[in-house]
Design a binder for this molecule. Structure first.
Ligand SMILES: [Zn+2]
Length: 493
């Protein structure tokens, strides 16, 4: 950011709660169905249809609120947010307004600016306030015909899907702080199993309110809202661009308009969409068809007891328990299933450090190449642990282990079974290695002569040749010892 300026950023995250049915009716929330199939009089907004709150959606919202340190209000009120759009058949969205489900939260997370190559520079803990998290319904979707611009369609399958809108305080001062926070929210919601967190599929959406001011100024500048960014990286780029744009406007004597802007990834800039409404434009009023939502302390305590270890706590535990660094622990806790996988592997291997190395390098690379998630990985954590044990007890060499690993990844076979079937067990039998070493020595008289004349660094050559002749199966340490003995101790010459 340009010297002498400060950015002020607030974030609104809409998380789709992954319940089986919609928030006010029994329609399925299944994705990818035939358009308008999952609808009924309630979510179509037909006259006389009455909404009934989905208990599971409230439980999910409650878990999220607890995980984000929000205070859950014992009584919250649903309100109608009035506006017209073709994908909103009722003419209003059922949301919450002045008495939200939960408020006054905060999270402390690790954040860092990034260098040109996207690498974190220095992680530091920073606290971000969360104003509120309230429950609301999603709207439907307008689909515009690319082939025929005169045609648009409305799909109401999504209408009535439960959402949790998480509104932050304007506590962010850079695009990377925003990135780290949304990433944290996504991980947390996935961990506790209430949201799939897939930004590309739209089940986690983020709007950013961005303004800038001169350093030292306490008044807030006019903000622009960036809407509908569908990836974390785009969000970061959009905010970065918007900060620069606003500074440029102000420095040339211009004024910022309060408006909604969209991120155009192709052109790498934000573009104005429409002027931004104020809350009073929506004419909120209490929803007459739904009673106040009331929850008890016992209910909250029971939900709390159901929560798993949260990602940030787990990251810190992995660091201290397994001596991992911050980046390693961060990657391993990026997904609950991956963290489980690591801990199971570490236990089975009896060696956490080596288990972490295998997962962070080989396994994650192969998963990425195959474009699959850890949940679809064919190698069971116990089997990866067993593979590490085979190296440890010298049944196979590290090199052969990579071959076995590739086979395990492709077939899901057990390491012992693959080693057995392919005859890959390491040759530790001295007589067998001596035989191969003799052949190598006999085939390379010139090198033997040089070695014996004092060029002892040629031992590497002999070891390499012997390992190669053994098909990579000879134990390197045994090869080394046997060769030295056979070639004789020459440093005395
Ligand atoms: Zn319905």
């Amino acid at each position: 950011m340009k010297e002498g300026w400060e950015a002020v950023i607030g974030l609104e995250v809409h998380a789709q709660l992954n319940t089986a049915s919609k928030i006010f009716c029994a329609c399925s929330t299944a994705f990818g169905q035939e358009p308008n199939r999952n609808t009924c009089p309630v979510c179509l907004g037909l006259p006389g249809a009455l909404p009934v709150i989905n208990r599971e959606a409230v439980r999910s919202a409650g878990k999220a609120a607890i995980a984000l340190n929000l205070k859950i209000n014992d009584k919250s009120i649903f309100a109608r947010k009035n506006y017209f759009y073709p994908d909103l058949p009722k003419g209003y969205q059922i949301s919450q307004y002045d008495q939200p489900f939960s408020e006054h939260g905060a999270v402390e997370i690790l954040t860092s600016e990034r260098d040109e190559g996207g690498r974190a520079q220095q992680w530091r803990a920073k606290r971000f306030g969360i104003t509120r998290a309230h429950i609301e319904e999603d709207a439907g979707k307008s689909v515009h015909d690319i082939g025929d611009p005169s045609k648009s369609y409305v799909n109401l399958n999504r209408a009535g899907t439960p959402l949790l809108e998480i509104v932050s305080e304007p506590d962010f001062r850079s695009s990377w702080e925003a990135y780290d926070y949304v990433n944290f929210l996504r991980r947390t919601l996935q961990y506790i199993g209430v949201c799939d967190g897939n930004m590309e599929e739209g089940n986690l959406r983020c709007d950013a309110n961005v303004s800038v001011r001169r350093a030292g100024e306490t008044r807030l500048g006019t903000k622009a809202e960036i809407k509908n960014v569908n990836s974390l990286r785009f969000l970061q780029k959009a905010i970065e661009h918007e900060i620069d744009r606003q500074i440029a406007v102000l420095e040339t004597g211009g004024r910022i308009t309060q408006e909604t802007r969209l991120w155009n990834e192709k052109e790498g800039k934000t573009v104005a969409m429409r002027s931004k409404e104020d809350a009073h434009d929506y004419r909120y009023f209490p929803e007459p068809d739904l009673p106040p939502l009331e929850v008890s302390d016992t209910w909250i305590a029971a939900l709390k007891a159901e929560l798993p270890e949260l990602p940030e706590a787990r990251r810190q535990r992995l660091m201290s328990e397994y001596e991992l660094n911050a980046d390693e622990a961060f990657t391993l806790t990026s997904q609950r299933e991956l963290a489980d996988y690591f801990e199971t592997t570490a236990k089975a291997a009896g060696h956490a450090r080596i288990a972490a190395n295998w997962i962070l390098s080989e396994l994650l690379r192969e998963l990425k190449n195959a474009d699959v998630d850890i949940t679809a990985c064919r190698i069971k954590a116990e089997d990866l642990g067993a593979l590490i044990r085979l190296i440890d007890d010298q049944t196979i060499s590290g090199k052969i282990a990579k071959e076995v690993f590739a086979e395990m990844f492709a077939t899901g076979g057990s390491p012992a079974g693959i080693v057995e079937a392919k005859g890959l067990a390491q040759i530790t039998d001295a007589a067998a290695i001596e035989k191969i070493a003799d052949q190598v020595i006999a085939a390379n008289p010139k090198q033997v002569e040089q070695y014996r004349a004092g060029r002892t660094q040629l031992i590497g050559f002999f070891v390499g040749q012997t390992l190669k002749a053994s098909g990579g199966k000879a134990n390197p340490q045994a090869v080394n010892e046997i060769l030295k003995e056979k070639l004789g101790n020459c440093s005395d010459h």
